[in-house]
Structures are given as structure tokens and as C-alpha cells.
Ligand binder design. Structure first.
Ligand SMILES: *Cc1c(COP(=O)(O)O)cnc(C)c1O
Length: 369
């Protein structure tokens, strides 16, 4: 009998390289490429991915929070790192680690100017975020004067880029909205450049933006999900390779008689004799309760085994009545053959959510061919 192994997220760096090269092939050679590695590189392994992207020739990295950038610096990453959502309480750490803040509000601009001055910085690189319709973070057009005046009066900071973010770049039905966002961004960044008297880089496109609006690539693009092998659209998915495979094993098999139940709250009740397999993966590993009651399934010996009843913290039970399998056999939750996007869709969510949900308890294994 095969040895019991633990639940593992296997990461394929050749797939990452393939995806990087594919995305790069969609933009001009001179356009810079920023790899988004926030949230543990979409639930994979931030340092491993960042190192590989650095080696592949990415120009920039981005994280959401300062603490993520600090981890990258501690691991020796040299690339410039944009912090998309810094908070004023983290500015000293940010500066100490040479991380570059997104400046998204008047408040943040003033507080960063103060921090940069206190730390005796000159020309500290910052990135101006414009809100063009997502209504999440960013300055509006009316703030451009304020930004230009504040930065020109201070020698502490230098605007190295202006950027914005599309709200629905994967949605063809929202094409007019996206084009409108691109138009507003051009207008705002042009006004800013006029007032500053120099031209910072501009960037607006995420993965689906690269595919659908290549004319708006400006000087840089920012890709996350595409690097990890998902394209939000079937024709793009075909070109990409998921880098992560989530696998586990069967720890025990039970014969369940008719009129028995499986798991907490007796959420599954059998009306006939079935065979169940218990797997060492649960909601504490990222498989949320929404995948229970037959919505999510794993693949065992190439066959679908739906989740029976409720997802437990550390386990799921799956239906293997029709599967020839034994304790110790492998179960695949998602991977190149069985996409995380389909798994997520079964529970009404998206690849981004299931990928980033895989908790730190799950062992990461990197295959280097
Ligand atoms: C997360 C994020 C991205 C990456 O988006 P993908 O759809 O994963 O390519 C780009 N820009 C910003 C501002 C983000 O927050």
C-alpha cells in the first residue's frame, strides 16, 4: 500500500515561465511588465514566484500591503516593488525596505510627504493612482492640481508612474465602460504630466486588459491571474497553464449503508448503500463550506468524487461509490487537467478566490525540472 502523504500544493515554475512568455507576447517588446504577487502570489508561494519572475526579466512586482513587500525584501528580491494599498501606519517600514507606495488620496499623499521628509528622503519613487470608475482607491480628476502642486513643492518624492485599474476588463458587455475608463485615465495622466513638466510611466491593464485592450498598454502592464494560468475567458485559458495542483490522499474508506448519514449535522443522508472516502483537507485549508453538499468534487483515478455533506475544518468526505480506489490513493482538487476555475464555478465563485484561499497549512512543493 502506498504511504500516506500530506495535502500539497504543487507549483510548476515551467508553467509560470510559459504564462509569462505568453503574456509578454501580447504586448510590445518595450512595454514594461509588472508581476502581481500579492496574497502569497495568488495563494501559491510569493518568494518562489517573485524570484522566478525576477529571473525571467519582469520589470516590477506589486503586492497589496507593506508587510508582503517586507517579506520579499527579506528574501533578497531586488526588483522595484509597488505597494498597491499602503496605509500611513506602515510608511516607516515601507521606506526602510525601499518599497514604492501607491498614493491614492490627498490624505495618503500628505502623510507620505511627512514620512518621507522625516526620513530625509529625496526623490522617493511614488505611484499616483487614479480612480476612473472602479470607485475603490484613487484620486479624481479634480485632485490633479493638488497632486502636482504638493509634489513640486517637495523634493522628498518623485512621481515615477500614474496608473488606474479597469473594473470589468474581462467583460465584453462592458466594453464601452472600459473604453471610457481608458479615456479618463489618458486625460488625467496628460494633465498631470503637463503640470509636472515630465512624463512618469503610465499603466492600466491587468491580465484581461492585456488581452482585450492592448492599445491601452501605455508604458507598463500589471498581470496577476494570467501568470498563475487563468485567463477569465475560455480562449485565453486555452493558452495558459495553471501553475498549481492541489492534491491530497484518501485516508480512510467507509461503506455506508442506506439510511446512514455522513459528517456533521448529518448533512448527507444515504438512500442506498454507498462508499465514501475521507480526505485530509477542509475549510481550514481553504475548501470553504460552500463547496459541500455535492457542489465541489475532487478527482480520484480520473473520476469525479463529489463532496458528501458538510466540509469539516480538517476533512472532507467524498462519494467514491463508482470509483475503483483504495486508502492511500491520490485525490486532485484542482490542477492543469481540472481547473480551479471550474472548481470555483461549482460554488459560484471565481478562480481568484479559491487560489488565494489555500491556507498556509497546506505544504507547498516546487517542481523544478
Ligand atoms: C490584483 C491587481 C492586479 C492584477 O489583476 P489580474 O486580473 O490578476 O491580472 C492589477 N492591478 C491592480 C491594481 C490589482 O489590485
Amino acid at each position: 500500500m502506498s504511504k500516506v502523504g500530506e495535502t500539497t500544493l504543487v507549483l510548476d515554475l515551467e508553467a509560470l515561465e510559459h504564462n509569462y512568455n505568453y503574456l509578454r507576447s501580447k504586448i510590445k517588446p518595450e512595454t514594461k511588465f509588472l508581476g502581481v504577487v500579492k496574497a502569497f502570489a495568488y495563494g501559491s508561494d510569493m518568494v518562489t514566484i517573485a524570484k522566478k519572475l525576477e529571473q525571467l526579466g519582469a520589470d516590477y512586482l506589486a503586492v497589496a500591503y507593506v508587510s508582503e513587500g517586507v517579506l520579499l525584501r527579506e528574501a533578497g528580491i531586488q526588483l522595484p516593488i509597488l505597494v498597491l494599498h499602503p496605509l500611513a501606519s506602515n510608511f516607516d517600514d515601507l521606506i526602510a525596505n525601499h518599497l514604492e507606495p501607491s498614493i491614492y488620496s490627498k490624505n495618503i499623499l500628505e502623510q507620505f510627504l511627512e514620512a518621507a521628509k522625516a526620513q530625509k528622503q529625496t526623490d522617493y519613487p511614488v505611484h499616483i493612482k487614479f480612480n476612473t470608475g472602479l470607485n475603490r482607491l484613487g484620486f479624481s480628476e479634480a485632485d490633479v492640481n493638488f497632486i502636482a502642486e504638493e509634489t513640486m513643492h517637495s523634493k522628498c518624492i518623485k512621481i515615477v508612474s500614474a496608473f488606474s485599474h479597469l473594473a470589468a476588463s474581462e467583460d465584453k458587455n462592458e466594453r464601452d465602460f472600459s473604453l471610457n475608463q481608458i479615456g479618463s485615465f489618458k486625460k488625467m495622466s496628460n494633465t498631470l504630466m503637463d503640470k509636472l513638466g515630465y512624463a512618469p510611466m503610465r499603466h492600466m491593464l491587468n491580465t484581461s486588459g492585456i488581452i482585450n485592450y492592448p492599445e491601452a498598454q501605455f508604458e507598463m502592464v500589471r498581470s496577476g491571474i494570467g501568470l498563475y494560468g487563468y485567463g477569465n475567458q475560455a480562449h485565453v485559458d486555452k493558452e495558459l497553464q495553471p501553475i498549481a495542483t492541489l492534491k491530497t490522499i484518501i485516508s480512510q474508506i467507509h461503506q455506508i449503508d442506506a439510511n446512514e448519514s455522513v459528517g456533521y449535522n448529518r448533512a448527507f443522508k444515504s438512500d442506498q448503500a454507498i462508499k465514501s472516502a475521507t480526505l485530509p483537507i477542509g475549510h481550514a485549508d481553504g475548501i470553504g463550506r460552500q463547496y459541500g453538499k455535492g457542489k465541489g468534487f475532487v478527482t480520484i483515478n480520473n473520476k469525479k468524487a463529489p463532496i458528501l455533506g458538510n466540509v469539516c475544518m480538517d476533512m472532507i468526505m467524498v462519494d467514491v461509490t463508482k470509483i475503483d480506489c483504495k486508502e492511500g490513493d491520490e485525490a486532485i482538487v484542482f490542477g492543469p487537467q481540472k481547473s480551479a476555475e471550474n472548481f470555483a464555478a461549482a460554488a459560484n465563485t471565481i478562480s481568484y478566490e479559491i487560489l488565494t484561499a489555500i491556507s498556509q497549512r497546506v505544504k507547498r512543493e516546487v517542481i523544478k525540472k
